[in-house]
Design a binder for this molecule. Structure first.
Ligand SMILES: Nc1nc2c(ncn2[C@@H]2O[C@H](COP(=O)(O)OP(=O)(O)OP(=O)(O)O)[C@@H](O)[C@H]2O)c(=O)[nH]1
Ligand SMILES: [Mg+2]
Length: 206
């Protein structure tokens, strides 16, 4: 079991220029607006209101940094989680959209401390062109020490056959539900293993 022992908000920044100095490896959560980024961050840290989640798309407007510490037995693993504004929100004005897009892509491409990209995809809509474009972009910027994880959210809304279909299409799919706490141990394990290079035994099948 990977236990979060502390999780606290560090700061918000509109772009990479204003971002805080990186002290530990970072995990960036990105995906379409309303896909469940902030909710997943809260579920992974066992803190309900840490990142602001909302049913209204476009809730997260800045790049938010959180310092998290995981513990496995007596071993501690400090990590920084980065909650990003969602993209593809139709109601945003065009100029604001371009500004966000620029800040977001610049941050992802230039922030050296990012070691894991957690790309969230709504499990109910796994074939959206904007997610395919995001995958392509991430692959184009990815360095050797970085990893891309494809995380399908809100699987509590899916039928078994749709879950099976996603697994068939994407054998590396990580299926999660923040509300039903599914898939979280596996995701934590993949993050910690990549950042710290340790093999962590799977203690639970979630
Ligand atoms: N059923 C279900 N709903 C979820 C789950 N995760 C998030 N939601 C809901 O989806 C909505 C959006 O969640 P957020 O976490 O705010 O999404 P976000 O990706 O951070 O959104 P932006 O900040 O606007 O980009 C909220 O109404 C959540 O309650 C889940 O696992 N299952
Ligand atoms: Mg959010």
């Amino acid at each position: 079991m990977i236990r979060p022992v502390s999780a606290k908000f560090v700061t918000s920044a509109p772009s990479i220029k204003e971002a805080p100095a990186a002290s530990v490896s970072e995990v960036a959560f990105l995906g379409r607006s309303n896909v469940g980024k902030s909710s997943l961050l809260n579920a992974l840290t066992d803190r309900k209101g840490l990142a602001k989640a909302s049913a209204t798309p476009g809730k997260t407007k800045l790049i938010n940094f959180f310092d998290v510490e995981y513990k496995i037995g007596e071993q501690r693993f400090p990590i920084r989680f980065v909650d990003l504004p969602g993209y593809g929100y139709a109601k945003t004005s065009k100029s604001l959209k371009n500004e966000w897009q620029k800040n977001l892509t610049e941050f992802l491409a230039k922030r050296d401390s990012i070691r894991v990209f957690v790309h969230l995809i709504d499990a109910r809509h796994p074939d959206m062109p904007i997610d395919a474009q995001t995958q392509e972009f991430l692959r184009s910027i990815k360095r050797g020490d970085q990893k891309i994880l494809r995380v399908y959210t809100k699987v509590d809304k899916l039928k078994q056959k749709d879950i099976a279909k996603i697994k068939r299409q994407d054998p590396e799919a990580i299926l999660v539900s923040s509300t039903k706490k599914r898939g979280l141990e596996r995701l934590k394990k993949l993050i910690v293993e990549h950042l710290f290079g340790t093999d962590i035994p799977q203690t639970e099948t979630d």
